[in-house]
Design a protein. Sequence first.
Length: 145
Amino acid sequence: AAAALTPFTVTRRIGHPYQNRTPPKRKKPRTSFSRVQICELEKRFHRQKYLASAERAALAKSLKMTDAQVKTWFQNRRTKWRRQTAEEREAERQQASRLMLQLQHDAFQKSLNESIQPDPLCLHNSSLFALQNLQPWEEESAKIP
């Protein structure tokens, strides 16, 4: 009888799936920038969110950075800026919602607390309506047992 093929036996015959892959490349260490470089990059970003290649090259040269470093820094900074502005808009939206709920609650409470003076005409009409719907008494139903 032939042996049943299990994932284990298949792996033993073919080899481990990662065995034939090229070894992973070493991760490049994180680049650290000086305070002066960051300050200049932030100032420029505040004025201008996108740089043309010539502007980027000039800024990189003045800060003793590579063109790729400036490009990557600006890409990362724009991502951070978008996230922050989205969070600020969401916080403003939530604050406006809370304010609207509070105003609605206050208006509702005010309407409950106000003493409503009934309109005498309405009272008169409702009394007439009640009188019109009264059934005449019958002798039998009026007797007390």
